[in-house]
Write a protein that binds this ligand. Structure first.
Ligand code: SAH
Length: 336
């Protein structure tokens, strides 16, 4: 499915054809062009050949939680992972990947261990959304939120991600409100500023993970190049331009970034900034560990007592390795 080709294929057609085709893909969620009733036979067979609607994906069910992982094959042998989180409130959030692998190699993240493989193009991002929209339709439901928190660094694939976001938001396509879409970045200051200047109301999340440069550089090598003052300056620019709240994500790791002193440093860094802190207990393999519950609670209390808005992310799908930072499939592994 290559949406760039689609525009070319329909270039000679009447303008309303594109509307009909978009409706078939994004609203009716058809998986076969023969199921359309309003397209001429010739067009249908041309589309079947040149723009097949099938997606080569499979579902891995999570028994422990309400999260479902899908593995989608692209390009013959590359695999991308996408996760659906079904919240009790009825909210259905899809966590999409923006790259295969990742170049940033954050200490706590499994995807980084793969290294960087390649960027996903807009069609490959859209396909992940389409896959779960179809899945939910068969269960009488639909996607309500999209988060770019899967594999990869969205702002290192900026143009493709933004193009995909526009399709997700487009009223002829998925029609998911911009305020229901979030992009999470490890913190690329120049891209945060660029994003601030886009006329789009998509939410920004920044993975902070530490309040000082020494610690943050150990956890996120990217910080050696873009230090916290530069990051915060770009975040302040974003808030000034958009008047929107920023979410700071903070993965809590036992004995590393979870002490009372560090919580107080975090307060000093974020005080007065229009933001929300999202605490995420580390979820993954040893030697790193998540802090004991009591430590997480104490850390959270210090932030709250000092006036910061704090939420704690619940764990989704750790049994199927679909929790944050555990998306590692990059290419098919031989089964023997
Ligand atoms: N590159 C982007 C998006 C991918 S990470 C970014 O850095 O924001 C998406 C979220 O998963 C981030 O909030 C990150 O902090 C979190 N995460 C990654 N690995 C994790 C782990 N092992 N345990 C808990 N959260 C993790």
């Amino acid at each position: 499915m290559d949406f760039k080709i689609l525009d070319k294929l329909l270039a000679g057609e009447r303008p309303y054809r594109l509307k009909q085709v978009n409706k078939a893909i994004f609203k009716d969620l058809l998986t076969n062009w023969d199921d359309t009733t309003n397209l001429p036979l010739e067009l249908r067979s041309m589309l079947s050949r040149q723009f097949p609607l099938s997606i080569d994906g499979r579902i891995i069910d999570s028994r422990e939680s309400d999260s479902v992982k899908a593995i989608i094959r692209i390009d013959g042998d590359m695999l991308i992972e996408t996760v659906l989180m079904q919240h009790k409130t009825g909210r259905n959030t899809v966590c999409v990947s923006s790259q295969i692998g990742c170049a940033l190699d954050c200490l706590f993240c499994q995807t980084g261990k793969l290294g960087y493989r390649r960027d996903l193009d807009p069609s490959e991002i859209i396909m992940q959304v389409l896959f779960f929209q179809r899945y939910l339709k068969s269960r009488g439901s639909s996607i309500s939120n999209i988060v770019f928190m899967g594999m990869g660094e969205p702002f290192l694939n900026y143009d493709n991600v933004l193009e995909a976001v526009r399709s997700i938001n487009n009223h002829e396509k998925f029609e998911i409100g911009a305020r229901h879409i979030s992009i999470s970045t490890a913190g690329l200051p120049e891209k945060i500023k660029l994003f601030a200047d886009e006329k789009i109301q998509v939410n920004l999340a920044v993975s902070l993970n530490a309040p000082n440069d020494e610690l943050r550089s150990r956890i996120m090598p990217l910080n050696q190049k873009h230090k916290i003052p530069e990051l915060m300056e770009s975040v302040k620019y974003y808030i000034k331009r958009t008047n929107r709240k920023v979410m700071f994500e903070y993965v809590l790791i036992d004995g590393l970034n979870d002490s009372d002193e560090i919580a107080k440093e975090l307060v000093d860094l974020l005080k007065g900034i229009l933001c929300l802190v999202n605490l995420i207990p580390y979820n993954g393999e040893p030697p790193l560990k998540s802090p004991p519950k009591i430590r997480t609670g104490a850390f959270k209390n210090i932030l709250q007592e000092n006036g910061l808005n704090v939420t704690q992310r619940s764990r989704f799908g750790s049994d199927i390795k679909s929790a944050c930072g555990q998306l590692v499939f990059g290419e098919e592994r031989s089964e023997g």
